[in-house]
Design a protein around this ligand. Structure first.
Ligand code: ASP
Length: 603
């Protein structure tokens, strides 16, 4: 090694030690008589002092060095002079007095600051990702990722799980998201699909008798990207035979608690994790991934508004819709402008508008002058008071109401005119505005019993809410008569308003699986072509099984307290699914296309 110690490891106990260090110039301060260089390596930063009187050669090197130069420095560890310690550095009690030094490599001036945590344009960061990853925060995120995956592997191995790799060149399936396709040269006209998840393989591993499988699996989905999506992402994927849902929940819950305790003991993780059925989550929070760090629960006012002359409410209830609201404690003090901003929020989520009633006194006996609402003259003071009472508003509170077409949208449906998504957005906006969500709390919550199917008006057919291998609740085995009413033995894990994983107890009987495919309007031919291997496998003694897949990138983002999953992935793609560093995706040589039997359409 070109070094005998790591910069970041040196402590007071190393005083007097002769060391050889190698690393990058993080900062350089030329004080005339002395030069100070903060030397950085993969473990941290140490201050090195270059004194021209004691070590003229080293001082000359330090004079020449610039930020990000690669240096090798020999010297002795000494305690810093009293009053010059740096509490913000782990090595801050000591420094190294250089005796000799050499430049191992020079560096151009970096395109952005590496030694400061400043905002840098995303494309620039990704173009120079190797420099971006030198930044302390990013470096810490990637190391945390290593520690989390190491913890996962140890935890599962201790519990008898076997790590098994599954193919990346897999089979296209018509379910779920859009596939990334790979043309086959040897079988012209045929394609592999990159797996959206190893779902089928892991179930087949259960049929194969492994009983406990896991994998840190790369998954690929050709979707439009958002901050929390990447075309390729990693899952902690696992499957268990002869296990009930409770076993899966306990396994993951304990794993996440241990990751938190060991790697982020400073974070607050309430245990046991909360649990809500999908229906309850939708009813109380308007979302299947509610942030439970704060209240602001939805109140159903549909019955309470019946009989009001106010047309907005009347047309909603007459058309079978709902009227629901949120009580904002202390919100009576909101200005018109603040309420207008919230109105804009609900409008982007499809609500027509937001009705507000401020209670300057207890709704039970508020005089008319103590009620503030732009619609008071349509609603009438009696109704305004009654709504406040039903909603549980108190003096000083604000009641915000959305009216519209009702119904609980199934997973991820952002359809317009719906009350729930608008109130979910309102809840989040209010929490952000009032600072209600403690950033140092990870509030996990299981969401159970999703609907088995959702109806698509557009395609006039049902789709699986999770995926077609999910078992219905025992009580809903006879789902064929009314597929839309059935629920599944599914489980999502959510945290702070985000979904971070999901899974289910699976179907393992051929006949039931075939029934689900029928409910999904898949033709016999399609089923045979795409899923015959699954159906066939179920005829050879498939054990009862279930599992889950946890989004590793989102998990990391939570534990790293970073909003953007790209900050916990070493080499992510931009929002347009490209890599500014390597240039991917790129055109290829026509000869390569020809070999694959492909021709590009004229643009
Ligand atoms: N394969 C599923 C997914 O990727 C998770 C599971 O059911 O285990 O969402």
């Amino acid at each position: 090694m070109l070094k005998t110690a790591y910069c970041g490891d040196l402590r007071e106990s190393d005083e007097g030690l002769d060391v050889v260090l190698a690393g990058w110039v993080h900062r350089r301060r030329d004080h005339g008589a002395l030069i100070f260089i903060d030397l950085r390596d993969s473990r941290g930063i140490i201050q090195v002092v270059f004194d021209p009187k004691q070590a003229p050669q080293a001082h000359a090197v330090a004079s020449e060095a610039r930020v990000e130069y690669v240096l090798q420095v020999e010297g002795r560890v000494r305690r810093r002079r009293a009053g010059t310690e740096n509490a913000s550095l782990a090595t801050g009690a000591v420094e190294v007095q250089a005796t000799s030094a050499q430049i191992l490599n020079s560096a151009k001036t970096p395109p952005f600051y590496i030694n400061e945590d400043v905002d840098v344009d995303e494309t620039l960061r990704l173009r120079y990702r190797y420099l971006d990853l030198r930044r302390q925060r990013m470096h810490g995120n990637i190391v945390l990722r290593h520690l989390v995956t190491r913890k996962i592997r140890g935890y599962l191995a201790e519990r008898g799980f076997v790590e098994i790799e599954t193919p990346v060149l897999a089979n296209p399936t018509p379910e779920g998201s859009r596939d990334y396709l790979v043309p086959s040269r040897i079988n012209p006209g045929n394609f592999y699909a990159l797996p959206q998840s190893p779902q089928q393989f892991k179930q087949l591993l259960m049929v194969a008798g492994f009983e406990r499988y896991f994998q840190i699996a790369r998954c690929y989905r050709d979707e439009d990207l958002r901050a929390d999506r990447q075309p390729e992402f990693s899952q902690l994927d696992l499957e268990m035979s002869f296990a009930g849902q409770e076993d899966i929940l306990q396994l993951i819950e304990q794993l996440y608690i241990e990751i938190g305790r060991e790697l982020r003991p400073d974070l607050n993780i309430p245990v046991p994790f909360a649990r809500l059925s999908y229906e309850e989550a939708m009813r109380r929070f308007g979302s299947d991934k509610p942030d439970l760090r704060y209240g602001l629960e939805l109140v159903d006012l549909t019955n309470a508004v019946r009989g009001t002359p106010f047309l907005v409410f009347k047309s909603a209830t007459d058309s079978g819709g709902t009227v629901e609201g949120i009580v904002v404690p202390g919100g009576a003090a909101f200005s018109r402008k603040e309420i207008d901003a919230l109105t804009e929020t609900v409008k982007t989520y499809g609500a027509r508008g937001l009705v507000s009633i401020a209670y300057l006194a207890d709704p039970a006996n508020a005089g008319e002058e103590q009620l503030r609402s732009p619609v008071l003259k349509f609603l009438g003071a009696d109704h305004a008071r009654a709504l406040g009472r039903v909603a549980g508003a108190r003096a000083g509170d604000l009641l915000l109401i959305v009216a519209g077409v009702g119904g609980a949208p199934a997973k991820d449906a952002g359809s317009s005119g719906r009350v729930k998504p608008a109130l979910d957005a309102l809840r989040r906006a209010l929490a952000a505005k009032l600072g209600l969500a403690d950033p140092n709390t990870l509030q996990f919550c299981w969401i159970l019993e999703f609907p088995l199917f959702e109806w698509s008006d557009e395609d006039e057919r049902y789709y699986s809410v999770t995926h077609p291998f999910t078992a219905p609740l025992d009580a809903d085995r006879e789902f064929a008569a009314d597929p839309g009413a059935a629920h599944s033995q599914s489980h999502d894990l959510t945290c702070n308003g985000q979904e971070i994983g999901g899974g289910s107890i699976r179907i393992y009987q051929r006949s039931l699986q075939a029934e689900v495919f029928r409910a999904l309007s898949l033709s016999d031919e399609e089923t045979r072509e795409r899923f015959s291997h699954m159906l066939e496998a179920f005829e050879f003694g498939a054990p009862p099984h279930g599992g889950i897949a946890m989004g590793l990138d989102r998990t990391l983002a939570l534990f790293a307290q970073d909003d953007d999953i790209r900050n916990v992935i070493a080499f992510p793609k931009t929002k347009s699914a490209s890599d500014p560093m390597t240039g991917a995706p790129l055109p290829v040589d026509p000869a390569q296309l020809d070999e694959l039997g492909l021709r590009l359409k004229d643009p």
